[in-house]
Design a protein around this ligand. Structure first.
Ligand code: TRP
Ligand code: SF4
Length: 404
């Protein structure tokens, strides 16, 4: 059994919604591409989550999954740096979800804000199902199954991560307390040798009495380096640092990225349901056409009417794509009616097309070889399962489900 370095492990998931757009690219994928070189990353296509709302229209799921996988790969998420997989190909997600459901109070699920919000938003659908209520718990299982410490998500997901932390804490509280834990931990400290033991004790004290986070981190680093300690003792020493018992399932943290929300073609947030998106695989002509038809400051009825970028959705895209010189040119030209709106959009069209070009070149390779994509996902699922099985072995043991 290996001890997982949770602080270096990242897991995130995305619901398969078909082709991805610039909002996904700037908001999520660019960040993943960066993270995959810095952390051990697991990226999961959560097809079971799609069923929680779309259980009555399942015909398109596999196509949506494949299209999303192609777009991930096209954006530069790389199977040699990260593990990409489909949730339902790792059935361990379901087992952990089930086991966690035994200890998850109904009231915790009912008070997650997305529960009522989504029911209101999708009021034409009957979402008073067991599966939909369990959405955040399934997400919790996705994360805890890999003992991932870091979860890159948007701010809208914070309540779900908070929920996952609560469930992990409850699990550790219920099952991380082996009989005689404190004695065993103290015995493990003695085995460290005088010098290390003294250091461990003082760091532990600094954290527990003064809440010194740095001391906690130093102590964790110290433990990680230790060679001659059994894994059981190591886990006890990790758990004892923070007071409780063994940390069976580490509490995850959200990793918020600072990217602003991408503006869509109508000035609202870019999303599929708003029909205002530029898709990663839109052709050069489609990009040009969409941007040319984008509404501008309504005050500019005629070319000679001055406008104000502050009242124009096109400006929000310049803020993402344009250099400070170009932005200055837009400000000046718009307010003085020195440039027309089509002039203003030209550098934007070029910038978006240039951004998408390398991505689309990669997309073609994958799009034309679905077998390659399938094998990347199958390999990812195998790698993910290896990790998932290790966690579940421990979880089953902690729950008394060991029949060997
Ligand atoms: N609920 C997430 C969303 O809507 C998707 C998701 C499912 C997820 N499982 C996850 C995100 C695990 C992060 C980690 O975006
Ligand atoms: Fe918008 Fe540019 Fe036209 Fe001004 S010139 S209204 S910023 S598109």
């Amino acid at each position: 059994m290996s001890l997982v370095d949770s602080q270096r492990r990242v897991l995130s998931g995305m619901c398969p919604s078909g082709r991805l757009h610039l909002g996904h690219y700037h908001g999520v994928l660019k960040n993943w591409v960066k993270l995959q070189h810095e952390y051990e990353c697991f990226f999961c296509i959560v097809d079971w989550h799609a069923l929680t709302t779309d259980y009555d229209e399942v015909g398109q799921i596999s196509q949506h999954v494949m299209e999303m996988a192609v777009d991930w790969l096209a954006a530069g998420v790389s199977p040699s740096s990260a593990t990409l997989f489909i949730q339902s190909q790792v059935p361990e997600h379901a087992e952990l979800h089930l086991l966690l459901s035994m200890i998850c109070p109904l009231s915790w699920l009912e008070r997650v804000p997305s529960y009522k919000e989504q029911q209101d938003q999708l009021h034409h659908k009957d979402l008073s199902t067991y599966g939909f209520l369990g959405y955040p718990l399934l997400q919790t299982a996705d994360i805890l199954l890999y003992r991932a410490g870091l979860v890159p998500v948007g701010a809208d997901q914070l309540p779900h991560i908070e929920f996952a932390r609560d469930v992990a804490r409850r699990f550790n509280h219920l099952y991380g307390r082996e009989p005689g834990f404190e004695d065993k931990a103290e015995a493990a400290i003695l085995k460290l040798g005088k010098k290390t033991a003294k250091l461990y004790n003082s760091l532990r004290k600094a954290f527990q009495e003064q809440g010194d986070i740095e001391a906690l981190e130093t102590a964790r680093a110290l433990l990680k380096e230790l060679q001659s300690v059994t894994l059981g003792d190591k886990e006890r020493l990790f758990g004892y640092l923070e007071g409780g018992g063994k940390v069976l399932l580490p509490e995850p943290q959200a990793l918020l990225s600072d990217t602003p929300k991408m503006t869509g073609l109508d000035g609202r947030r870019m999303s599929k349901s708003n029909s205002n998106a530029i898709y990663l695989r839109d052709t050069t002509e489609e990009v040009e056409d969409k941007l040319k038809r984008m509404p501008t400051d309504p005050a500019r009825v005629h070319r000679t009417d001055p406008g104000d970028p502050a009242r124009c959705p096109v400006w929000l895209l310049h803020e993402v794509y344009s250099s400070s010189e170009t932005r200055e040119w837009v400000q000046q030209g718009c307010k003085s009616a020195g440039i027309g709106c089509l002039d203003c959009k030209a550098p934007l069209i070029e910038a978006v097309q240039a951004e998408l070009k390398p991505l689309q070149a990669r997309a073609i390779d994958y799009q034309d070889s679905p077998d390659l994509v399938r094998s990347i996902l199958a390999e990812g699922a195998e790698r993910a399962r290896d990790e998932a099985r290790e966690t579940l072995t421990e979880v089953r043991l902690a729950l008394g489900l060991n029949y060997r």
